[in-house]
Ligand binder design. Structure first.
Ligand SMILES: Nc1ncnc2c1ncn2[C@@H]1O[C@H](COP(=O)(O)OP(=O)(O)O)[C@@H](O)[C@H]1O
Ligand SMILES: O=C(O)C1=C[C@@H](OP(=O)(O)O)[C@@H](O)[C@H](O)C1
Ligand SMILES: [Mg+2]
Length: 167
């Protein structure tokens, strides 16, 4: 089994939202690795970060992505930091991987100020998002086979663009 598309990109790019809508449009299942981790552990991502730390979350995430890539045949949405794992990047090779691109200013607007994304909490969110993009942009580009810009595009238009590109 292999997903029809795997969505990657920074927080706020729309991986979860576009994943759901794309799956509906293609009439396939959606599998969001963050939601699956929360379901399997019975805990929120924020709680895992706060109690066990980022390294524990990354290990759970790496394993969930590994299973998703072999067990799912619909749309798979990853968390924004999943591509930090070299093993995950290697496993993405050969898959249809969509990089949902977003500007820093729009990404910040979409993630806003809430507790759902522990990585952007505390300190200066703008600086955090900038640092995150500096480190990750080359990794998103490395794994992507398709790129779609999401700035000033409604979710419906992003999905339409994506369907055109997926062919
Ligand atoms: N193309 C878009 N235009 C405007 N808002 C969007 C778009 N895509 C997603 N959003 C909004 O941005 C927020 C973050 O989206 P989400 O799908 O959770 O992103 P991700 O999973 O990549 O972090 C949500 O409130 C969502 O409704
Ligand atoms: O960028 C990151 O490191 C993270 C992004 C989150 O997912 P989204 O990208 O769906 O917000 C979630 O996996 C976790 O909070 C860590
Ligand atoms: Mg998400």
């Amino acid at each position: 089994m292999s997903p029809v598309a795997v969505l990657v990109g920074p927080p706020g790019a729309g991986k979860s939202t576009i994943g759901r809508r794309l799956a509906r449009a293609l009439e396939v299942d959606i599998f969001d690795t963050d939601a699956a981790i929360e379901e399997e552990t019975g805990r929120t991502i924020a709680d895992i970060f706060a109690t066990d730390g980022e390294a524990t979350f990354r290990a759970l995430e790496e394993d969930m992505v590994r299973r998703a890539l072999t067990e799912q045949d619909g749309v798979v949405s990853l968390g924004g930091g999943a591509i930090l794992s070299a093993a995950t990047r290697a496993r993405l090779s050969g898959h249809t991987v969509v990089y949902l691109e977003i500007s820093i200013s729009e990404g910040l607007k979409r993630t806003g100020t809430n507790d759902a994304r522990p990585l952007l909490n505390g300190g200066d969110p703008k600086q955090k998002y900038r640092d995150l993009m500096r480190r990750r942009r080359p990794l998103y580009r490395e794994v992507a086979t398709i790129r779609v810009r999401t700035d000033s595009r409604s979710p419906a238009r992003v999905v339409q663009q994506l369907i055109n590109k997926l062919g």
